[in-house]
Design a protein around this ligand. Structure first.
Ligand SMILES: Cc1ncc(COP(=O)(O)O)c(C=O)c1O
Length: 474
């Protein structure tokens, strides 16, 4: 008897149940033992699993039967319309990058790297060790495991130049991914109804988190070179905002990395307006031609609040990130986290710490850089060959995405639909703009599965783009 044999019987019976009529009799345990070459305990375990899933019911002394779906009448949820009222902000239920890839389609829309880019061996070993540690059975402190907080603080301290005081472990609050960190920061540092400056385009998830927090988003134009500091200063003055959300390294979606001069200029503007820079260092581990340079390392006066995630580089299943904030801002964030989720699973924190402190982690990051370079260049070349109308303002020096501008008349929704029907999923750029898009852009992620199909994907996009527009007038 083994878990594998149980799983095999469960899978086989699930397929059988899917096309059996409700009430059909499931083959007897004896027949299943013969069919699967399994013992009685294994078959019984499989039956228990199917019953727990609500797929079968056993009638003692009679047999086991496919559970009937008892729908007497369709449920009436109409009363909820009145109780829920209109939503204060309309948040799309599923952003394009979160959509599952259709079977056999080439997924260029997703935001998370394929598993071949993850340190799988390190992650599995770390999870096994974590499961045997105390972390598996105890509650973590609200701010996180002390050793993990020290690791995050130390990483930033290593980038801190002489003359600047590095962050301490107490400045670090561990998060279950940086997405919920964004919500916390917008809630606790900006506040309902207050303005928040945001690069445009910017990460769609940050725009949603701001909407959910009731924060008023004010776009600041940004591109392959980062934001314009004069525009930033103007926006601070016009709105009275006290916070600017930005991604100085390999921005999602543009791939921009700020030059050292721009970093100084933005810091000057932020300081002059007594404001926070919320720095989202989501792609810290995805440098290709350069290495990420956290702006937070240059600030010890608490202006820069730094978000650093491990979920994309360690594993999307080890959902661990951190915020580094100094002064009263850190206390606000910590209070918000306590109210929001109390603490992050210590098991995941221990596993994340284990991975990033193994010697194999550095080796993995070096290999990852080469893999990302090969994938990025392959997609750039494929676009040049098959979608010459797509304009890349630059080849991003890091990150996971290409941001391509298409001809002005492009109907992005139709293009995305045509591409999906042809077997390639792309992300229309609209979701990355806090206000009206400045043009028709698409975001293509080169870290998904099957890079050997990038040329095919580009060919399909080129073909969909060449399809004449419907002769419909609005
Ligand atoms: C810019 C940026 N910030 C934050 C996140 C959220 O990452 P996490 O997985 O840490 O929640 C993402 C995910 O795509 C992202 O692109």
């Amino acid at each position: 008897m083994s878990n594998d044999s149980t799983a095999r019987i469960v899978a086989g019976l699930r397929a059988w149940i899917a096309q059996a009529p409700p009430g059909a009799r499931v083959p007897s345990n004896r027949a299943l033992m013969a069919e699967y070459g399994a013992g009685p305990v294994t078959v019984q375990k499989a039956m228990h699993a199917l019953a727990a899933l609500g797929l079968v019911e056993s009638r003692p002394g009679v047999g086991t039967f496919v559970r009937a779906v008892r729908t007497v009448r369709p449920p009436d949820y109409g009363w909820q319309t009145g109780a829920l009222r209109s939503p204060q902000v309309r948040i799309p239920t599923l952003a394009m990058p979160l959509r599952a890839t259709s079977p056999d389609a080439i997924g260029l829309h997703d935001g998370y790297p394929d598993r071949e880019l993850l340190p799988e061996r390190l992650v599995r070993a770390a999870l096994a060790r974590a499961s045997r540690s105390d972390a598996a059975l105890t509650r973590s402190a609200v701010a996180g495991l002390p050793e993990l907080r020290a690791w995050f603080a130390n990483e930033l301290a290593e980038a801190t130049p002489a003359g600047v005081t590095p962050p301490a472990p107490r400045d670090v609050v561990v998060l279950p991914g940086s997405q919920s960190g964004l919500s916390s920061l917008f809630r606790s540092l900006v506040g309902f109804g207050q303005p928040l400056l945001v690069e445009s385009p910017s990460y769609w998830g940050a725009i949603l988190a701001a909407a959910q927090a009731g924060v008023r988003v004010v776009p600041v134009p940004s591109g392959a070179g980062g934001p314009d500091p004069d525009e930033l200063a103007r926006a601070f003055e016009e709105t009275g905002a006290r916070a600017f959300y930005a991604q100085p390294n390999y921005a999602n979606p543009t791939g921009a990395q700020w030059s050292p001069r721009l970093v100084e200029q933005v810091l000057d503007v932020v300081r002059a307006h007594g404001a926070f820079l919320v720095e989202d260092d989501w792609a810290h581990d995805f440098g290709i031609d350069t290495t990420a340079r956290p702006v937070a390392a240059l600030d010890d006066a608490g202006h820069v609040v730094y978000l650093r995630s491990l979920t994309k580089s360690v594993s999307p299943a080890v959902r661990v990130a951190a915020v580094v904030a100094r002064g009263p801002a850190r206390d606000r964030v910590l209070a918000d986290r306590g109210a929001e989720s109390m603490y992050v699973s210590g098991l995941l924190q221990a596993a994340a710490l284990d991975v990033v402190t193994q010697p194999g982690w550095r080796t993995h990051l070096r290999t990852l850089r080469q893999q990302l370079r090969a994938r990025r260049d392959l997609l750039v070349d494929s676009l040049a060959d098959h979608v010459p109308q797509a304009h890349l303002e630059h080849v991003p020096p890091g990150g996971l995405n290409l941001w391509a501008r298409l001809p002005d008349a492009t109907d992005l929704d139709r293009l995305a639909g045509d591409c999906e029907a042809a077997g390639v999923m792309i992300a229309p750029g609209t979701e990355w703009f806090p206000a009206e898009p400045s043009g028709p852009f698409i975001r293509l992620n080169y870290s998904g599965p099957d890079p050997d199909r990038f040329a095919d994907a580009a060919r399909l996009i080129g073909r969909a783009l060449a399809r004449p527009a419907d002769r419909r007038t609005v």
